[in-house]
Design a protein around this ligand. Structure first.
Ligand SMILES: [Ca+2]
Length: 309
């Protein structure tokens, strides 16, 4: 028995070494094919649709926006109010259903409405007499006018067509169409500005007559509808509001009404026609004269604005 013991011990040690080596080898076989998380194709795949093979940028450290960086809503300033002082009074044709009024080169240009009596006129300011007239075909209801370069542009009410005329001869030069009703028209020198009886004003390219933008006119949060005859005066848009005695002075960038002009009492007529309302604003830039009148009114007024208390 004494000779067997060392041999048995040797065999036991050899067996332990063999089993250990085999276990180690087997462990390598089973562990090596497993990809590490960093080698996972899913982990390196770019997001679906992303054309950029570059690594995803590290997001900037997220910081809570400080109160000073939070956009502060700009409160709409309350409109100021004006009344008026009459500077001059002129005669106005009581058959003129005024829908457009412009002052240019010493004369008034007027567009009149009503089917069958719509017209484009050049009017002597001092006398009210008609110097030149173009009568529209009876199926057209004349509306706002403006002058761009040497062309007079005249809207129609529901016909969705504007007529172009040579300013000097009133010779028709063409037309263009638009998708809304036509009410008022003016120009800021680079664009035409048009109303359609809603609270919207539309900006048109004066060469292509394509619409390039629009604003909604509002007094604070309230849209103001029925915007009618227009006049662009010193960076603002003046607009008659149909069936009222008020003219709105509008910021052309925001649509916010900056001021109201109350012209109550200006009309002295007793014309029972409910359509005989204030409409028509013209401005003599050279002499800073503001003219207003109304549909079928016997008078046209030069007025000056007076801040209201
Ligand atoms: Ca006007």
């Amino acid at each position: 028995m004494k000779q067997i013991y060392p041999i048995a011990l040797f065999l036991i040690i050899a067996l332990i070494i063999s089993v250990s080596a085999a276990a180690s080898y087997y462990g390598k076989l089973t562990s090596s094919p497993q990809p590490s998380p960093t080698q996972s194709p899913a982990a390196t795949e770019t997001p679906s649709g992303s054309p950029s093979p570059s690594p995803t940028p590290t997001p900037a450290p997220t910081t809570s926006p400080s109160p000073t960086h939070t956009p502060t809503p700009t409160p709409s300033p309350s409109p100021t109010f004006y009344t008026y002082q009459i500077i001059n009074t002129y005669a106005h044709d009581t058959n003129a259903f005024t829908e457009g009024l412009v002052f240019s080169d010493g004369s008034l240009y007027e567009s009149t409405g009503q089917y069958g009596s719509s017209s484009l006129r050049k009017v002597n300011l001092e006398t009210g007499s008609i110097q030149q007239i173009y009568n529209l075909p009876e199926q057209y209801f004349g509306e706002g006018i403006t002058i761009f370069n040497n062309t007079i542009i005249q809207l129609t009410w529901k016909e969705q067509i504007a007529f172009l005329y040579d300013k000097n001869t009133f010779t028709p030069e063409g037309n263009f169409s638009y998708p809304t009703e036509g009410w008022g028209l003016t120009t800021n020198g680079t664009q035409l500005i048009m109303s359609d009886g809603t609270a919207n004003l539309y900006f048109l390219n004066p060469q292509t007559y394509q619409r390039t933008g629009q604003i909604q006119v509002h007094d604070g949060p309230n849209p103001i509808n029925n915007l009618n005859e227009l006049e662009y005066i010193n960076g603002t848009i003046y607009a008659n509001v149909w069936l009222t005695n008020r003219i709105a002075i509008i910021n052309p960038q925001t649509g916010q009404i900056q001021s109201w002009i109350d012209l109550t009492g200006l009309e002295k007529t007793t014309n029972p026609n409910p359509d005989s309302v204030l409409n028509g604003i013209a401005y003599d830039q050279e002499n800073n004269r503001l003219f207003v009148t109304g549909k079928l009114w016997p008078q046209l007024f030069q007025i000056q604005l007076v801040p209201s208390a």
